[in-house]
Design a binder for this molecule. Structure first.
Ligand code: G3P
Ligand code: CA
Length: 355
């Protein structure tokens, strides 16, 4: 038993050393910390409606290392921070513009000008039935927040970085670039222009770019020639996130080899790393993290939610232990940036003591 414990401890130490080696050898990486980074998923979205500026300010105050922006374009080509290409799940668009849905009944952000988007109010995420997706979270809110532009949000973060004397980075996702292209818009180019205008395009230690679409990331690297670190998000094929991408193939050795050509890391769904617990309660892990690390890829899984734990995980702390200790991931997307930050510090301190 003692030998097993020692072996586990040695394994954990070697994983942490490997993790730190990745940090130190990836010159373009935004990682400057000796612990896994915390990415505030859509802001402090467990506490305030996602992608509102209050949720972003709260994430900053809660100690997030990076704050996430999901980005789509308006009809006049302005980058706005919104998770979906549709507006109705998180805004009152159906009340303000009742006649502007397409034939499928959806209100597409790309059909609205920025001036029109500014007339909308953001609210907590609601499902097709109009009910809150997370009813235990912030209650129904009308009129307090709007949909921010990407420029407005990064100006807020830059301002907080200055006023708080503490640098928090951007973690920008281009949503549905192929869809935008089919509508005549170039989302990656628009995002890079905003980053350049705001003085962020040359700060690889402070900005990650992410996408589910390899073509968008390749465009960023080879056509737009950015040096910012790129993260390839990995969905499940069953979600139909992007019909033209085979995410099962992406997770094979050959698929990861291809990703490593253009990306600095992967953003897998957490259940692609952790498969559940066995009869004894032991975490069942896949080998994806190991194979990604062998290729020098960072690993930033999504999404850590204290109120929506994976099967076999008894607590938010246990969830972080599995991912920080057993899997040695480099960071996590979390709806609870305060709690994930505290756990990130606790586990790295424990790892330090074991050395
Ligand atoms: O971008 C990482 C994570 O946010 C991906 O999931 O759907 O919340 O954008 P989603
Ligand atoms: Ca995202």
């Amino acid at each position: 038993m003692q030998r097993l414990t020692n072996t586990r401890a040695r394994f954990r130490r070697s994983l942490w050393r490997f993790c730190l080696l990745c940090v130190l050898t990836q010159g373009e990486s935004a990682l400057a910390t000796e612990r896994p980074i915390v990415i505030a998923h859509r802001g402090a979205s467990a506490y305030l409606p996602e992608h509102t500026l209050p949720a972003k300010a709260m994430a900053h105050a809660m100690g997030a290392d990076f704050i996430e922006q999901d980005v789509v374009l308006t009809s006049d080509g302005v980058a706005i921070v919104l998770h979906d290409i549709h507006l109705e799940s998180t805004t009152d668009v159906a009340q303000v513009f009742p006649d502007r849905a397409r034939d499928d009944g959806r209100f597409y952000a790309i059909d609205f000008s920025l001036e029109e988007i500014r007339q909308l109010r953001a609210h907590e995420r609601r499902g097709p039935d109009g009910e809150a997706v997370f009813p235990q979270r912030f209650p129904a809110m009308n009129g307090l927040s709007s949909v921010p532009t990407l420029a407005e949000e990064i100006a807020l973060i830059a301002g907080l970085n200055k006023s708080r004397g503490h640098k928090v980075g951007l973690y920008v996702e281009m949503k549905a670039s192929a869809f935008h292209r089919s509508e005549g818009q170039d989302l990656p180019a628009a995002v890079m222009q905003v980053l350049e205008d705001g003085g962020w395009a040359e700060q690889p230690e402070l900005v990650f770019l992410q996408s589910f679409e390899p073509d968008a990331l390749r465009q960023l690297k080879y056509e737009l020639k950015t040096d910012l670190p790129l993260i390839q998000l990995i969905a499940e094929n069953a979600w139909d996130e992007n019909g033209s991408v085979d995410y099962d193939a992406m997770r094979t050795d050959a698929g990861l080899d291809a990703v490593a050509e253009y990306a600095s890391g992967i953003g897998p769904f957490l259940m692609q790393l952790y498969r559940g617990a066995d009869d004894q309660g032991r975490a069942q892990l896949t080998d994806l993290a190991k194979r990604a690390k062998e290729r020098g890829l960072l690993i930033h899984p999504y999404t850590f939610r204290a109120d929506q734990l994976p099967p076999g995980i008894a607590s938010f702390e246990e969830l972080h232990r599995v991912f920080f200790e057993d899997l040695a991931v480099d960071g996590v997307f979390s709806d609870f940036p305060d709690r994930s930050r505290a756990l990130s510090e606790r586990f790295v301190n424990q790892a330090e003591k074991q050395r």
